[in-house]
Design a protein around this ligand. Structure first.
Ligand code: NDP
Ligand code: MG
Length: 389
């Protein structure tokens, strides 16, 4: 029996994990599930998986969640502190699938217990990569990547010497606007940016895929997790979303990971690691698919990639500023306060301003400094919005 906790259980990744665990109830002992607004789903899954505790991050929803779980014997808690508290309860396997920088503290807390953290929350690596990796080392914990590209790289590296890696290529579908006339992007609506050609994901990451901020985050994630030199990491647009990543070795070989666009693969790989489970994902019929296409991303269409590359080179706390500015710009786009292209303009201005005056590169990478830079970058993003003109 493996004891498991899922942070962000009500989200897109979380629900895929719940699905995998619910198929084999005798194999898992569910310690805790967390959610946010969607307490109906949280309560239903807590009952279905026989969880010991259910936690919502919203303190004001405690009574409602408590009512939903009355008589079940399932413990209820609410608020950010309760989420971090859950991360201290022993679990063999913890999934970090909260969206945004809010996933950082629970993930760090779980690592300090010295067990396994399956990491979907890419914001943790982008904002605090060195801190996360150090915490894992210090406590003998294992981090397994769940972002599909990073799971693919991880799988391509099994049995290989990292010193023999020449390059890592992560693929991108190109998102909702890959074929739009560039002149139309400024007027792209929220609904248009919220539909993905291949993957079914949460709204925020879907919009980040349309802007390629998601791929930018994944560049930084690759550098931080695998310790690979930024110059060796590339992005290729691959419309079919079947090849998730490729690793190139010094002998010229390229190892590609191919699979259906279904997060249950990457989650399931981390759940069964180091073994392989029998997963309920589609088996690809390559003859039927026939062709796979690859092209270089257009830097004019996707300015987020260059911003992320600069941040990856800069290092230090620039990832924390980048992520927070991006999260804030995304909030503003979702709220209808800025246009689609303004997101990249805002993030770029925040990074320029903060790298010039706020010591992004030289400060110590501690949790306090990260949280401070995160808060400051959100303020700078609001300032940049006012000056967009
Ligand atoms: P969703 O928006 O679908 O789900 C987010 C989850 O986090 C929900 O359970 C939500 O609760 C909860 N949540 C939201 N805000 C907070 C908060 N402030 N504190 C605690 N919990 C909160 O996101 P996704 O599942 O799409 O993504 C989750 C993470 O995985 C992200 O970091 C994303 O980048 C990454 N990822 C996602 C992929 C995907 O296929 N979706 C692929 C690869 C990586 P509620 O909904 O109840 O309010
Ligand atoms: Mg991904």
């Amino acid at each position: 029996m493996k004891s498991v906790t899922i942070f962000g259980a009500t989200g897109s990744v979380g629900q895929s994990a719940v699905d995998l665990i619910a198929r084999h109830p005798d194999d898992y002992d569910v310690v805790g599930l967390t959610g946010g607004q969607n307490i109906t789903q949280l309560a239903a899954d807590a009952v279905r998986l026989n969880a010991k505790v259910a936690v919502t991050c919203h303190a004001h929803l405690f009574n409602d969640l408590n009512d939903l779980l009355a008589g079940t014997g399932i413990e209820v808690a609410a608020g950010d502190a309760a989420i971090a508290e859950l991360a201290k309860r022993p679990a063999d396997w913890t999934l970090s699938a909260i969206i945004g920088a809010a996933g950082l503290v629970p993930g760090l807390t779980a690592l300090a217990q010295g067990k396994t953290l399956a990491l979907a929350n890419k914001e943790s690596l982008v904002t605090a990569g060195p801190l996360l990796m150090d915490t894992a080392r210090q406590h003998g914990a294992t981090i397994l990547p769940v972002d599909s590209e990073h799971s693919a790289v991880f799988q391509a590296l099994v049995g290989e010497d990292i010193a023999a890696v020449e390059r890592v290529i992560i693929t991108a579908s190109g998102g909702a606007f890959r074929d739009w006339p560039i002149a139309d992007l400024a007027n792209a609506s929220l609904a248009e940016a919220s539909s993905h050609p291949n993957w079914d994901m949460g709204q925020r990451i879907t919009i980040d895929s349309a802007s390629m901020f998601n791929k930018g985050m994944e560049l930084i994630e690759t550098k931080e997790f695998f310790g690979i030199n930024p110059a060796m990491i590339e992005v290729l647009v691959h419309r079919e979303s079947l090849v998730h990543a490729l690793v190139g070795f010094t002998d010229g070989a390229l190892m590609a990971h191919v699979g259906p666009p279904d997060m249950r693969h990457a989650i399931g790989y981390a759940l069964h690691w180091p073994d392989r489970g029998n997963l309920p994902v589609e088996r690809l019929d390559l003859a039927k698919i026939g062709k796979l296409s690859f092209e270089n991303p257009d830097p004019v269409r996707f300015p987020a990639l260059q911003i992320a590359s600069d941040v990856m080179e800069m290092g230090g706390l620039s990832g924390a500023a980048f992520n927070a500015a991006k999260e804030r710009a995304l909030d503003l786009f979702i709220a209808g306060q800025i246009g689609f292209l303004d997101m990249a303009r805002i993030v770029s201005r925040v990074i320029d301003k903060m790298s010039a005056s706020d010591g992004l590169q030289n400060a110590q990478i501690s949790l306090d400094n990260i949280l401070e830079i995160d808060a400051l970058a959100r303020v700078r993003a609001d300032e940049a919005m006012k000056n967009l003109g």
